[in-house]
Design a protein around this ligand. Structure first.
Ligand code: FMN
Length: 377
């Protein structure tokens, strides 16, 4: 779906009307509309969370987010999780630095000490982040040993204290990303307890990964696939809390599925689908926000991205650090394999630059139509 959606859009009619089979081109006048006019509309907190790209360690770094921003102006972008220890004692510029064009961007913190979280949140707010999110969903052993992440599902009162401390420290929204429970917890009770505790403490929005984390015996990767998804549990939470922006996460494969979820909740958060098939982000603004996309198609998006790439290369960033996040952009389209191969082999060489990126793109432009690979579901 990615590229079709990247090229063809419905007119800017009602949001959420996503029928990928019936997409008609946007009119040129839409693209020619002055950029400020397209961007000044204020959004409610509910709208602000309508679509987001999940925090993903090693994936959603600043280069990835800058790339995604060239595909959607409205998607809310999350950093990788950063621990409070790293924020308080580490190289802040490296850990937290980001480019202005990434807004709206949320930082995700990992921690469980209210004082540390408050101090870290303030540092992040001073860096200019638009939201501070606390991780109550990561199941890794390292995180459990630090008593944060998913194991905090068992300690709603402590998470409430953390949120309360962060709220005092910053003016930007403080949000929570959690699971529906861990291990043998009853998700009805566990999710309500967590939600009630953090909302009483002032949390501004919740993102719920709609499955449990099993804290013993599963790797973090398995914990993203094996515990069964329970979307209905998140829908019930939303029905109980109509006044709170609630986003759902987990296993949402594309915008058609996102639209189905948006009938039940305020927001959808996509992780792996958005990362592996970033072209789907081109349809987010038109379909979910009724606005023009930032680029007509993936080619135009890359062209618009070039100045950013150039600036980073000039600072000494290796091309591959940026293009590794772009490999899936042409999935399903003729030339996609050659695009990936070129970036993977040439993009890693010392001195690789904009010409390498352009050469990779040329493989897609000149690929014969029959070279198309099956479109990822
Ligand atoms: C490589 C990778 C790294 C992740 N790192 C984080 C993280 O730092 N913080 C977090 O809350 N979730 C993390 N997650 C979980 C995702 O945010 C998301 O909850 C999960 O992938 C389910 O959503 P999806 O099915 O749309 O991918 C990570 C997922 C992946 C694939």
């Amino acid at each position: 779906m990615s590229l079709t959606v990247g090229i063809l859009f419905t007119s800017l009619k009602p949001v959420l009307d996503v029928d990928c089979e019936k997409l008609a081109p946007l009119t040129p006048s839409v693209y020619n509309a002055p950029a400020p006019m397209r961007m000044t509309r204020e959004m409610s907190p509910f709208e602000q969370h309508r679509f987001s790209v999940a925090p993903m360690m090693d994936w959603t770094d600043r280069y990835c987010r800058a790339f995604h921003r060239h595909l959607s102006r409205r998607a809310r972008l999350y950093t990788e999780m950063v621990t409070t220890g790293a924020v308080l004692h580490g190289d802040r510029a490296r850990l937290l630095g980001f480019d202005d064009l990434e807004h709206p961007v949320a930082v995700q913190l990992g921690g469980s000490d209210p004082g540390d979280l408050a101090a870290a949140a303030r540092i992040c707010a001073d860096f200019g982040y638009d939201e501070v999110n606390i991780n109550v969903g990561c199941p890794s052993d390292r995180v459990q040993n630090g008593r944060f992440g998913a194991c905090l599902m068992r300690e709603p009162a402590l998470v409430g204290e953390c949120v309360a401390a962060m709220k005092v420290a910053v003016r930007v929204p403080v949000t929570v990303k959690c699971r529906i429970g861990v291990d043998d917890q009853d998700p009805e009770a566990a999710l309500d307890a967590l939600a009630d505790a953090v909302l009483a403490a002032g949390a501004d929005a919740l993102v719920v990964h709609a499955r449990k984390a099993w804290l013993q015996g599963l790797s973090p990767k398995e914990n993203r696939d094996i515990p069964p998804l329970d979307y209905a549990r998140v829908h019930r939470l939303k029905a109980r809390l109509p006044h709170v922006p609630i986003s759902i996460n987990g296993g949402i494969a594309g915008l058609a599925e996102a639209a189905v979820q948006l009938a039940e909740v305020d927001g959808v958060m996509l992780g792996r689908a958005a990362y592996h098939d970033p072209g789907l982000l081109l349809a987010v603004d038109p379909h979910l926000f009724g606005e023009a996309p930032p680029a007509l198609d993936p080619f135009a998006a890359i062209e618009a991205f070039e100045p950013y790439v150039s600036a980073r290369l000039a600072e000494g960033t290796r091309l591959h650090a940026i293009t590794r996040h772009m490999l899936g952009l042409f999935n399903g389209r003729p030339g996609a394999r050659a695009w990936r191969r070129h970036l993977a082999t040439e993009g890693v060489k010392p001195g690789a630059g904009l010409d390498t990126l352009r050469d990779a793109l040329a493989h897609v432009r000149r690929a014969p139509a029959e070279d198309g690979e099956p479109v990822a579901a």
